[in-house]
Write a protein of this length. Structure first.
Lengths: 242, 685
């Protein structure tokens, strides 16, 4: 909304200056905006060219009409802009709705799925009549599922769920572990790597030996691969010019 | 002595878990250690720091604190539950939900009637300790922000609670907060971050000592609520505090891996007003020290670098004795490797899975000390992932390699393997007898037709194995009413005997043909760490936590002559000074007089036909023997042939083709996988 309002105001300011200049006042140099400056310049030029001519007579009624017309024009343009914006919004809204629809499955597919599930239920009921055992196992499975969820359905729309195994406990545990982790190993804790520590120990120890990353083959594999690659490239470079 | 082809195995990626919490029971001399994977270990400090019991972990049980109440062990963790452990069945007895979110700390008053827990939601909850369990009593005033640490005043009338940016002191009677001690934040950029009071200690003279994340140890007056003294000891966090029994000394563990000792000392001689003075600094860890215990004579610390360090205070112990030596416990005191001797397979036990490897092969021959080219690389045949949350507590592979069994606290699983030229097929044995549900130790007979499992009430379940079937045959029970769990099982190679050792030191031998108790060995004061029955002579060899070795004849039901002479002459002092227990005993079938033993730092072949080493003679004389003439060598050589060529051993075993399997785990491999240490500037680096 804001930028539009501003443009509105701009229109009006230019308009006011125009009116002033048309009135034929000699002082036409209010340097408020670039646009107004331009108009005033042209005005000055015009004045200079017809220096010796007497000023053109403009009746008060004409100038009033002119002013009114331009005002109307400005108002119209503002209205148009508003409408354009409205149109834009509406189009956007439509687009969103369409996108939403696209995300959902088409109605036919949904219908099909519904009918399929109905069929399945029918089939299972048929099976129930045929084989008692299978239904028993199904029931058992269902019961198991219910037991796993830690929920129990009561009469009406109530369910009772135990807190154990719920998401809340593990979430709290997770956040507590995160707190511990961030306090001990978070940013600003001045930590280094084990490799650094071992190399420091090696440096300060009485027996000096090769760094751990060279002794142990499975250390710093990425860096080693990179070094190997660079070495190959370097050899290649040496060979090419000679 | 004989030469062996040695399989030097370094592909067991065993990774111990970080130590998160510790609690010491002074009257029982037991230390409980909680690890990051939820396992709880019990060490017997009266018996050479032997790891007596291990309660397997669970993947969602993040233990943050441990507490002994008389002989009972409680833990609390971020899962929000308080768990009491059954130390005989080695499993949780029950768990009580505190309904306060994750629990950060647990503390028992000195009267041992109430258990206070500090929760994430800002409440301190009181639980009454009853005979059969614990019962919620009440909440103290709820605070904003989590309760990180708790400490009872020895009178039981007040509790100090460490929180974020402050310490609260509660009146335990009314449950109201009486004091609020504001803890200053760190300097510089850390001024914007909240300071966490990781640990508090409430002393009987109304002094509160706190350790916080700004690296300060502060001493407060709890009566007036004022700060008396502040010691800045590290740039990182002070993660733990522990007070000695007589309240004259306090130790603080830091993220740097140092442990700093403070002592209450009079500023001038003969005056009463003691001041807390920083006295000693111990640096035995490379990573954060998360848990601390101040025993009467030593500082026990553990942390992210997974080692348990016992550092004796030299003013409290006699110099140059066994007690004055620094102890580092790196590896579990029971074997995690099982070797199928006939098939040449190795089974590695991890907390949540098992790995089965086939050993590599080499056809080349070489001199002693040569490195043979590997013709066929070792091959990972199988990775068995355990379903569910519970971790694996024991596992076994049969000597022929066709059966694999493992157990968690709730169930046993048995698999039949078929290896046929490169193809492997595995079938789960679906119906196991119901006696096999909660076992502590598994063992197969040498012909792979029987499975032995140590079960509750110190009984041994014998099951027969047959083409995908497992049937319960018998449950062997010792006569005496010992209910301590069986931690070692060993079957003889001829299938006659089965030996079972309990954590209280009893060893029972069962006759497997009659399915009856054959005999009970005289109970030695130290716990057995490894037992084995000799394949030809039928002697039972046992190694104990105090490094003694006994040999017992099962036929005559008495100690053998060799064992008696060993006791008479005594073991070599250097042998007795070793600080890791012997975890496995094996025999060489071609040379019946040879016994293979190993601990974490050496393996030893005892030749029973040779004279025992004199105390004044050199024990580690293998290098010397190489250089001298053969005649002199015979004179000089003694029964203990010790090899230290392989370091940090997890297992040594002898295959049926007389090649030796040595499973090593270099410490650098473990260090490389630890979480990052702090960055410290060292001069001139």
């Amino acid at each position: 909304m804001k930028p539009r309002e501003r443009s509105h105001v701009d229109d009006f300011t230019t308009l006011g200056i125009m009116v002033k200049s048309k009135r034929g006042t000699t002082t036409a140099s209010s340097k408020k905006s670039a646009d107004t400056e331009k108009t005033s310049e042209t005005l000055c030029q015009g004045l200079e060219s017809s220096d010796d001519d007497a000023p053109e007579e403009v009746t008060f009624g004409d100038s009033k009409n002119e002013a009114l017309r331009s005002l109307k024009l400005a108002l119209d343009s503002a209205k148009r802009e508003k409408e354009l914006l409205k149109e834009k919004r509406r189009k956007r809204q439509e687009l969103f709705q369409e996108q939403k629809k696209r995300k959902l499955l088409p109605a036919e597919v949904l219908e099909e799925i519904e009918s399929a599930s109905l069929k399945k239920v029918k089939e299972s009921s048929a099976a129930e009549e045929d084989e008692a055992e299978e239904t028993k196992s199904l029931m058992k499975r269902r019961e198991k599922k219910r037991a796993e969820k830690h929920t129990r359905n009561l009469e009406g729309n109530y369910t009772v769920t135990t807190m154990k195994g719920g998401a809340a406990v593990s979430f709290q545990q997770k956040s507590a572990e995160d707190f511990l982790q961030s306090r001990l190993y978070g940013p600003g804790r001045l930590r280094t790597t084990n490799n650094q520590m071992l190399s420091l120990q090696n440096k300060r120890g009485s027996q000096k030996s090769a760094a751990v990353q060279f002794v142990k083959k499975d250390w710093a594999l990425q860096q080693k691969a990179k070094a190997e690659k660079l070495k190959k490239r370097w050899i290649h470079k040496l060979q090419v010019p000679s | 002595m004989g030469e062996f082809v040695v399989h030097r195995v370094r592909f067991f990626d065993y990774m111990p878990s970080a130590i998160r919490a510790m609690a010491f029971n002074g009257s029982m001399q037991r230390l409980a250690v909680a690890r990051g994977d939820g396992a709880v270990e019990i060490f017997n400090f009266a018996d050479n720091y032997f790891q007596e019991k291990v309660i397997p972990g669970r993947s969602d049980r993040a233990i943050e604190a441990l507490c002994w109440v008389r002989g009972r062990l409680f833990s609390a963790g971020l899962s929000g539950e308080i768990i009491e452990y059954d130390l005989e069945k080695l499993r949780p007895r029950y768990s009580v939900e505190a309904y306060g979110g994750p629990i950060w700390t647990i503390s028992c008053n000195s009267q041992e009637t109430l258990l206070g827990v500090g929760c994430e939601d800002g409440t301190v909850k009181m639980f009454e300790i009853l005979e059969e369990g614990i019962q919620f009593q009440r909440n103290l005033d709820r605070q904003k922000g989590r309760i990180i640490s708790l400490s009872w005043h020895p009178s039981g009338a007040q509790i100090a609670a460490g929180m974020i940016d402050m310490i609260r002191i509660f009146d335990a009677e009314t449950g109201h907060a009486t004091h609020r001690l504001l803890v200053e934040r760190g300097l510089g950029t850390t001024r914007n971050t909240e300071v966490v009071v990781w640990s508090v200690a409430f002393l009987s003279n109304d002094t509160v000592i706190s350790g916080d994340s700004a690296g300060k140890v502060q001493i407060w007056d709890a009566v007036t609520g004022t700060l008396i003294r502040s010691h800045l000891i590290t740039k990182w966090d002070v993660l733990g505090l522990s007070v000695s029994q007589d309240e004259s000394s306090v130790i603080a563990g830091t993220s740097e891996g140092t442990v700093v000792q403070f002592q209450a000392l009079a500023s001038t001689m003969g005056q009463e007003n003691n001041q807390w003075v920083r006295t000693r600094t111990f640096k035995n860890h490379t990573h954060d020290v998360r848990a601390l215990v101040h025993t009467d004579t030593a500082v026990v610390s553990g942390g992210m670098d997974t080692q348990l360090v016992v550092r004796p205070l030299l003013d409290k112990v006699e110099k140059n004795t066994k007690e004055s030596a620094l102890r580092k416990i790196l590896f579990p005191h029971k074997s995690l490797v099982c070797c199928a001797k006939k098939a040449g397979l190795l089974l590695f036990q991890f907390p949540d899975h098992l790995e089965l490897w086939r050993l590599g092969e080499s056809s080349a021959k070489g001199q002693a000390g040569d490195r043979l080219p590997v013709m066929k690389n070792p091959e990972k045949l199988l990775q068995l992932q355990n379903k569910g949350e519970d971790h694996i507590c024991c596992s076994a592979v049969s000597p022929c390699g066709s059966w694999v069994a493992f157990s968690t606290v709730s169930s046993v699983r048995l698999y039949k393997l078929q290896l046929s030229n490169g193809n492997i097929s595995i079938k789960k044995v679906s119906k196991l007898p119901k006696e096999l549900h909660s076992v502590h130790q598994l063992c197969f007979s040498s012909d792979s037709s029987r499975l032995f499992a140590s079960s509750a009430q110190a009984s041994v379940v014998v099951a027969s194995l047959d083409q995908l079937q497992c049937k319960h045959l018998h449950t062997l029970k010792p006569k005496s009413g010992s209910s301590q769990p069986i931690h070692l099982l060993s079957a003889s190679e001829n299938g006659n005997w089965l030996a079972a050792a309990h954590t209280d030191g009893q060893i029972h031998v069962f006759n497997l043909h009659k399915l009856k108790l054959h005999c009970t060995l005289p109970v030695y004061s130290s716990c057995p760490t490894a037992i084995a029955i000799h394949p030809t002579t039928g002697h039972l060899l046992s190694a104990h936590a105090d490094q003694q070795i006994f040999e017992f004849s099962l036929k005559l039901k008495e100690y053998t002559a060799w064992s008696r002479s060993l006791q008479r002459e005594g073991l070599h002092p250097l042998w007795l000074q070793r600080d890791t227990p012997i975890t496995h005993i094996a025999f060489n079938r071609n040379k019946p007089a040879h016994v293979f033993l190993h601990d974490a730092f050496m393996f030893c072949i005892i030749d029973q036909s040779l004279p025992l080493p004199q105390a004044r003679k050199k024990l580690y004389n293998q290098m010397d023997l190489k250089t001298i003439s053969p005649q002199k060598r015979i004179q000089e050589s003694h029964a203990f042939k010790i090899c230290k060529m392989f370091q940090h051993l997890l297992s040594v075993d002898l295959l049926d083709d007389s090649s030796l399997v040595v499973v090593e785990r270099p410490l650098a491999d473990i260090v490389s996988q630890l979480p990052p240490p702090v960055r410290q500037k060292k001069f001139a680096t």
